[in-house]
Design a protein around this ligand. Structure first.
Ligand SMILES: NC(=O)c1ccc[n+]([C@@H]2O[C@H](COP(=O)([O-])OP(=O)(O)OC[C@H]3O[C@@H](n4cnc5c(N)ncnc54)[C@H](OP(=O)(O)O)[C@@H]3O)[C@@H](O)[C@H]2O)c1
Length: 302
C-alpha cells in the first residue's frame, strides 16, 4: 500500500481507504481490508455503519486512520459536539482521526460549526478537520473560520467518468496540498464505466497490466496528485481486490488513453446541488432506476 501525506501535516495515510456507505457485510470483510494494508476507513453518522466500523478496528485502533462525518442538521455547536460524542460512543473509541462536515449547510453560520470543530480538536476528541461536498468558495469560508487549524481534506465525488472537480476544486486543493478524498471511485457500479467506454479501453489496459477493471479505474484516481480513494466493497473479495489497486501505477500512456478515450462528464452547479440535496432513499431509487435504463440514456443522466 502506498502512503501519501495528508495535506501538509507530516502524517502519511494509505492512499486507499475503505468506504462504508450502504455496507452490510459485518466486521470481517472490513477487518480483512484493514489487515491487507488499507489502514484507513471512512464512515458517517448518516450511514449507520459506525458500530460495525468500531468492531472492525477493535484491537488495532492505534494503526487505523479513522474518519467519520457529522450531518449538516447537527452543525449548531452544541448539537455538533453531542453528535461527535455519539459517534465516538457508537464506535467505542476515544477520538477520531478525521472529522468531516458531510455537506455544507447554508442555514447555519460556518464560523459556528468550525469553532465547534476547533474546540473538539483542542479537546483531543478529533485529530484533523475536513469537509465533504464543499465548493472552493465554501472551503475558503470554512478555512477563514477555522483559524490556526488547517482543513486537511475535502471528500468529494471523483472518478474516471465524473471529472467535475477537475475544473476548479481539484487544482485548488492540489495547489494548497489539501487532500482530495475521492468518493464513488467505482461510480457506484462498474457497469457505468462500460457505458462510457465503447472502445473497450479499460478491458484492454486490464489485460495489459494483469489488473482487474475495478483496479484500473481506482488506480486512475490515485495517479492524480494528492488524491486518495475510498471504494466500498460489500464482500471480502471486492474489498481485497480494491485494496490491491495500490502499490503499482498505470503508465503515462495508459493514463492518457483513459483521460482521452473514456467519455466523462463535468456536472453543472444545478446538477451538483440536486445530487447533494437528494435524500439517500431517493439516491438508492435513482441507482435502481439507472441500472435498468439503456446505456445510451443512462450515460446522459447518471
Ligand atoms: N461524502 C459523501 O457525500 C459520500 C457520498 C457517497 C459515498 N461516500 C463514501 O465513498 C464510499 C464509496 O463510494 P460509493 O459507495 O458511493 O460507491 P463506489 O465505491 O464507487 O461503488 C460501490 C459499488 O461498487 C461495487 N464494487 C465494489 N468493489 C467492486 C469490485 N472490485 N468489482 C466490481 N464491483 C465492485 C459494490 O458492490 P458490492 O457492494 O457488491 O461489493 C458497490 O455496488 C462510500 O462507501 C462512502 O464511504 C461519501
Amino acid at each position: 500500500m502506498i502512503f501519501k501525506e495528508l495535506a501538509n501535516t507530516g502524517v502519511r495515510i494509505p492512499e486507499i481507504g475503505i468506504g462504508t456507505y450502504d455496507y452490510h457485510g459485518g466486521p470481517e470483510p472490513l477487518r480483512r481490508g484493514l489487515e491487507s494494508g488499507a489502514l484507513f476507513i471512512d464512515t458517517a453518522e448518516l450511514y449507520g455503519t459506525e458500530p460495525v466500523v468500531g468492531e472492525a478496528v477493535r484491537g488495532m485502533r492505534d494503526r487505523v486512520f479513522l474518519a467519520t462525518k457529522v450531518s449538516p442538521e447537527h452543525f449548531r455547536p452544541e448539537e455538533f459536539r453531542q453528535s461527535v460524542d455519539a459517534s465516538l460512543l457508537r464506535m467505542g473509541v476515544d477520538a477520531v482521526d478525521l472529522l468531516q462536515l458531510h455537506y455544507p449547510n447554508p442555514a447555519i453560520p460556518i464560523a459556528d460549526t468550525m469553532g465547534a470543530l476547533a474546540g473538539l480538536i483542542d479537546a483531543g476528541k478529533v485529530r484533523f478537520g475536513g469537509v465533504s461536498n464543499f465548493s472552493v468558495k465554501q472551503m475558503e469560508d470554512a478555512q477563514r473560520a477555522f483559524g490556526k487549524h488547517p482543513i486537511v481534506s475535502n471528500q468529494i465525488r471523483y472518478n474516471l467518468i465524473d471529472r467535475t472537480i477537475e475544473a476548479d476544486l481539484l487544482p485548488y486543493c492540489q495547489a494548497r496540498g489539501i487532500a482530495v478524498i475521492a468518493y464513488s471511485p467505482l461510480a457506484k457500479s462498474l457497469s457505468r464505466f462500460l457505458d462510457c467506454d465503447p472502445a473497450g479501453i479499460i478491458a484492454r489496459i486490464a489485460r495489459e497490466t494483469g489488473k482487474t477493471p475495478a483496479q484500473i479505474v481506482i488506480n486512475w484516481c490515485l495517479c492524480k496528485d494528492g488524491v486518495f480513494a475510498i471504494p466500498k466493497g460489500g464482500s471480502v473479495e471486492h474489498i481485497l481486490e480494491n485494496c490491491a489497486a495500490s502499490d503499482w501505477r498505470l503508465s503515462p500512456e495508459q493514463i492518457t488513453l483513459l483521460d482521452t478515450k473514456i467519455q466523462y462528464r463535468r456536472r453543472s452547479r444545478l446538477d451538483r446541488l440536486v445530487r447533494t440535496r437528494m435524500p439517500h432513499s431517493l439516491q438508492r431509487l435513482a441507482k435502481w432506476t439507472a441500472d435498468r435504463l439503456p446505456r445510451s440514456v443512462r450515460r446522459r443522466f447518471f
